[in-house]
Design a protein around this ligand. Structure first.
Ligand SMILES: Nc1ncnc2c1ncn2[C@@H]1O[C@H](COP(=O)(O)OP(=O)(O)OP(=O)(O)O)[C@@H](O)[C@H]1O
Length: 536
């Protein structure tokens, strides 16, 4: 054993939220340049542990924490993130903290002063006018280059696809010369596989320069590929510590869950015979103006009762299609539901027509963060369909049926294994993966005829992933719901879809049955257009 003093030691860390214990006796240490993976099921306590390390206000506001944080052998007490930054710790959160109306360069150069940006944006705005632009740009370019990504420093954050926002956040941390420890909370969740590969090699470069890294991910192969060692949290305790060279994905998955490890194993679904009906939804020359995911010309038919997948590389438009049909971004062309043309650019209309959408952007459009789980799950159904409403005197008097709301919420908490203190816990207090489950439950509650889901398993742990996909399959088979699913993971699409359309440069480059070989999908993703079927 070397006598070297670790860069960081967290010792006996504990945390309670209002009597709910979420961390207990967590201890680990990290040397300069070392990369540690932090894994565990949704709600195991990973983000909380990192929030403690980074001095996040939510920790102080909820009664602080127990245990010690020791840096270079000295105990530290961070009052807020600025103290942590001062000590050389950088953190990239699950959700972004970039300033929308500013460019990549400006965001990178604002560094973490922007932790407090809410009130300060105006001030920054003025300051930026007087800054040395060429110098700023070259610093931003340097940080972007270290990451090895194709990102223009002049692009506005509000116009970037989500993957580029992620790289901008990371570039911002790299530009801070002081950074000695970088914490990344699920940085690859919003990235396409190719982008994730770029990120992983960039992080390896940083570690060679002596920067230590704590990396949270549900993609266990990434943990193996990137990290030197890992710790596994279960119910707020460290239940295993290991060097990645001594373990494998299967073993890590089994450490994470109480249940048997085999639940984490990706199983091929047994396809039961199911009835696929007539065309229920049809688009004609659909275009959608969504930043980073422009749809140019999509004409496609979806049949009643099928699960249709949209796949393709990031930024090619697969994400834009459902956002356009559901009225969240400006769209044109024609969309027909059961043969009748529907109104575009009107989110309410699409809901009333019996369509529901689980967005890839769960914080942006998915949740009412300050409201309870119950309200989040039932609100849309209540508003659009008058579900959970009691009527008296022939409909003259209406009020909320709290009992029905509560029952429905409890059912989804159980079936989707949402980890919470109860039906009225606020959405903002849930872990990322559990918020994602609430978004799904909310869509199921309206019992839509057509359900659009975009990246449904983003942020979901390996065990729960199967649960989510099984639930989608069940809704499709038992309720006959037609499902249109967008995902950046081809294997996920292949495990539940009947057909998969690959989108390239804003157009459909081909549609294949899920059983087609992976190489054929690969070719379509690269823009090789399918041979047109026999000419008529
Ligand atoms: N502000 C808060 N108030 C109350 N409880 C909270 C708060 N933030 C988190 N929790 C609870 O702490 C527990 C741990 O959550 P945490 O976000 O640390 O999990 P996680 O391991 O990061 O999960 P995921 O993989 O889903 O992101 C959860 O049960 C969550 O509900």
């Amino acid at each position: 054993m070397s006598m070297e003093i670790p860069l960081l030691k967290m010792e006996n860390i504990g945390k309670e939220y209002f009597g709910n214990r979420v961390l207990q006796g967590v201890t680990f240490s990290l040397r300069p340049g070392e990369i540690m993976g932090l894994v565990g099921e949704n709600g195991a306590g990973k983000s909380t542990l990192m929030n403690i390390l980074f001095g996040m206000p939510v920790i102080q506001e909820t009664g602080g924490y127990e245990g010690k944080i020791i840096i270079d052998g000295q105990e530290v007490h961070f009052k807020d993130p600025l103290d942590a930054l001062e000590a050389g710790i950088g953190m990239v959160h699950q959700e972004f903290s970039l300033i929308p109306g500013f460019t990549a360069t400006e965001n990178i150069l604002l560094n973490r002063e922007s932790v407090k940006y809410n009130a300060l944006v105006e001030v920054f705005g003025e300051r930026l006018m007087t800054l040395n632009r060429p110098d700023m740009r070259s610093r931003a370019e340097k940080a972007i280059k270290t990451l090895g990504v194709d990102l223009s420093p002049e692009t506005l954050i509000s116009e970037m696809p989500v993957g580029h926002k992620q790289f901008t956040e990371i570039a911002r941390e790299i530009d801070r010369r002081k950074t000695r420890l970088l914490v990344l909370d699920e940085p690859t969740a919003v990235l396409a596989e190719s982008e994730a590969t770029v990120l992983i090699s960039a992080l390896k470069t940083l570690s060679k320069q002596g920067i230590a890294i704590i990396f949270i991910s549900h993609r266990l192969q990434e943990i193996i590929d990137l990290c030197d060692k890992l710790i596994v949290l279960r119910d707020g305790r460290v239940i295993q510590e290991a060097y990645t060279k001594d373990t494998n994905v299967r073993q890590i998955a089994s450490w994470m869950v109480d249940r048997k490890g085999d639940k984490a194993e990706e199983e091929k679904a047994e396809k039961t015979e199911k009835k696929i009906g007539d065309v229920i939804l049809r688009t004609e020359h659909l275009w959608v103006d969504m930043p980073g995911e422009t749809v140019r010309d999509v004409s496609i038919e979806v049949r009643q009762g099928e699960i249709l997948g949209f796949g393709g590389l990031a930024g090619q438009g697969k994400v834009g299609i459902s956002n356009g049909i559901m009225g969240l971004y400006a769209a044109g062309g024609k969309v027909f539901l059961r043969g009748k043309e529907i109104k575009l650019n009107d989110p309410d209309a699409s809901l009333k027509e019996g369509m529901a959408f689980v967005s890839e952007d769960r914080r942006g459009v998915g949740l009412l963060l300050e409201e309870g789980i119950d309200w989040n799950i039932t609100f849309t159904a209540m508003q659009v369909q008058e579900k959970f409403i009691k009527k008296l005197l022939g409909g003259l008097v209406k009020w909320r049926d709290d009992k029905a709301v509560d029952e429905c919420t409890r059912e989804y908490i159980k079936s989707l294994e949402i980890r919470c203190t109860g039906p009225n816990q606020r959405a903002i207090e849930l872990s990322g993966g559990n918020q994602q489950k609430v978004c799904l439950a909310k869509a199921f509650a309206v019992n839509p005829e057509i359900l659009f889901v975009s990246e449904p398993t983003r942020g979901i742990d390996v065990g729960a992933k199967k649960l989510v996909l099984d639930t989608l399959r069940k809704v499709n088979e038992e309720d006959g719901t037609t499902i249109i699913m967008t995902s950046s993971e081809l294997e996920e699409l292949r495990s539940i879809c009947d057909r998969i359309a690959i989108i390239n440069e804003g157009k459909v480059s081909g549609i294949l049955p899920a059983s087609a070989p992976a190489e054929e999908f690969g070719l379509l993703m690269l823009g090789h257009v399918e041979e047109p079927a026999a000419v008529n």
